[in-house]
Design a protein around this ligand. Structure first.
Ligand SMILES: *[C@@H]1O[C@H](CO)[C@@H](O)[C@H](O)[C@H]1NC(C)=O
Ligand SMILES: *[C@@H]1O[C@H](CO)[C@@H](O)[C@H](O)[C@H]1NC(C)=O
Length: 501
């Protein structure tokens, strides 16, 4: 019975994530890769139906959370891009009118005189109200779901809250804490209470900002960004031609890239889906979403092992908290003053690699291929289906939870421990374990220990990597692709750019 229910939960989960398997009408807000809002990515009203079957004799005793910050406004650099788009669109309309190529109905009304909603803003990247709500509500659901874990009075050692040294992550931690401890304090009508959020310095945060402290990764990323752009080009070219004939405006590829960016911001932040998003048809949206997902795959995901191996210290930290919780639990310390939950707030660059360490979102035999150190194919191009979707893996407020359970055997009082893995609050099967309720020893032996050999300081020391500088040559799609793949296995030096999501 238990097994059967687990299997049902697993299949429901797969159905949820194989896009459009559920016959819902197309909604562009679910196809925005990592710009997708949490409520568009996960149906939070329906989470109970995904609970896995946990035996009655098992109680949650500790929880590890790592969450991405919530929905945020565009960064300063992107606000500037939208300001440039305003000028470009005005020029295109003017050209069309002058050349008499415009038959009025083909130019969408909103384009005439369009101004960026973020026009003239000199600050960006902050958590917006929608983003606060995402984390606040997540906290209320987590507290409801695990009352055993959150029943204790607040103490910073029982419920440590950590954020990266980036304001939108710290604000996300505060929004979460506000929900988690609401009604438990004395402050104001909401009976709030103060709690602490601690950040490591940016320069040394290898647990949550490993992507910014790992030199090997930074070299890889900087040297491969241009190649990722090259991979996207054919799709953008094709859509650019389609848009030119559809709307009689002489778009360039860069205009279309900016319009897709605008579409994502409008749809996600403002719920406007009939302006920039309305320029594209459904097929084109699927393709644009795929190009974003390719980038996530290659620069943050399974595309290269350094992308996720550098996240091993985070996994190790979680493993250690679980070992300590088990020990404290076994020793039955007086007063029960030991850590119950460790709550972390970070970035897509943290969540995506962490999900890869657990082996999530793979296809077919890909987990075995990773074990044999074989490289994976790129996520298949639409209309083919795929598991690798930014909108599922790392939407705003996307999260992973590892919940430690103690199971008591009634006969002999002995305990066994299990780890439940939740992704965006839905139980997920660990390929290494074959279940979403993994015996702690199996989790240790098959997931954690094999990864510990990738020691952060040695894999991240750029000097240890052979440098070879590739010269990109013009070539066809397939040639670009093979160049890209060969490039994946080398690393080149270039300058630093910080564009975390
Ligand atoms: C969308 O536009 C493309 C051209 O980019 C065209 O080939 C395709 O048939 C259109 N799809 C739909 C569903 O209208
Ligand atoms: C508990 O587990 C240990 C080791 O597996 C075993 O030797 C022992 O008999 C079990 N029962 C009790 C009551 O300790």
């Amino acid at each position: 019975m238990i097994h059967q229910m687990t299997i049902i939960a697993v299949f429901s989960f797969l159905a949820l994530f194989s896009a459009d398997a559920i016959a819902a009408p197309f909604d562009v807000r679910r196809h925005l890769s990592t710009v997708t809002r949490y409520d568009a990515s996960t149906d939070t009203s329906n989470l109970v139906s995904f609970s896995s079957a946990i035996p009655n004799a098992c109680q949650p005793i500790h929880l590890n959370l790592v969450a991405r910050h919530g929905t945020r406004s565009p960064t300063k650099k992107r606000i500037k891009e939208l300001d440039r788009l305003t000028t470009r669109l005005a020029t295109l309309v003017e050209e069309a009118n002058r050349d008499g190529t415009s038959d009025a109905p083909s130019i969408p009304g909103w384009i005439q005189g369009w101004e960026s909603p973020w026009k003239g803003r000199v600050k960006g990247g902050e958590l917006i109200n929608l983003g606060e709500e995402e984390l606040y509500r997540l906290a209320l659901r987590v507290r409801d779901r695990f009352p055993e874990i959150f029943s204790k009075d607040y103490h910073p050692d029982l419920y440590p809250i950590k954020a990266t040294q980036v304001p939108r992550a710290a604000a996300s931690a505060v929004a979460f804490g506000t929900g988690l401890f609401s009604g438990k304090g004395t402050l104001g009508p909401g009976q709030h209470r103060a709690f602490s959020v601690v950040s490591e310095s940016r320069a040394s945060d290898i647990l949550l900002r490993f992507y910014d402290t790992c030199a090997t990764y930074k070299d890889y990323r900087e040297s491969h960004e241009p190649q990722v752009e090259k991979l996207k080009e054919p799709v953008l070219e094709e859509i650019t031609s389609a848009l030119i004939s559809r709307h009689r405006l002489n778009f360039k590829r860069q205009d279309v890239a900016s319009l897709w960016f605008l579409c994502k911001q409008e749809a996600s932040l403002l719920d406007i889906t009939n302006q920039a998003c309305g320029l594209f048809n459904e097929t084109e949206i699927h393709l644009l979403e795929w190009t974003d997902d390719l980038e996530v795959f290659l620069l943050k995901g399974y595309g290269k092992s350094i992308n996720y191996w550098m996240g091993v210290p985070l996994l190790q930290d979680m493993f250690q908290t679980m070992q300590e919780a088990i020990q404290a639990n076994e020793e039955n310390q007086p007063g029960g003053m030991y850590e119950r939950a460790r709550l972390r707030f970070a970035h897509a660059e943290t969540i995506v690699p962490f999900s890869c360490l657990l082996g999530l979102f793979l296809e077919g035999d890909e987990y075995e291929r990773i074990q044999r150190s074989e490289s994976l194919d790129l996520p298949p191009k639409p209309p083919q289906d795929r598991n690798w979707r930014g909108s599922s893996i790392a939407p705003f407020a996307g999260n992973n939870m590892l919940v430690l359970y103690q199971c008591r055997d009634k006969q002999d009082q002995n305990s066994s421990y299990h780890v439940q893995v939740l992704h965006n609050e839905v139980p997920v099967t660990l390929p290494a374990c074959g279940t979403d309720f993994c015996p702690f020893e199996v989790f240790k032996d098959r997931v954690v220990l094999p990864l510990l050999k990738h020691e952060f300081n040695s894999i991240c020391d750029a000097k240890s990597v052979v440098r070879d500088v590739e010269v990109p040559k013009p070539c066809s799609w397939s040639c670009k692709f093979s160049n890209f793949l060969s490039g994946i296995f080398s690393s080149a030096q270039s300058q630093r750019e910080n564009s975390e999501l």
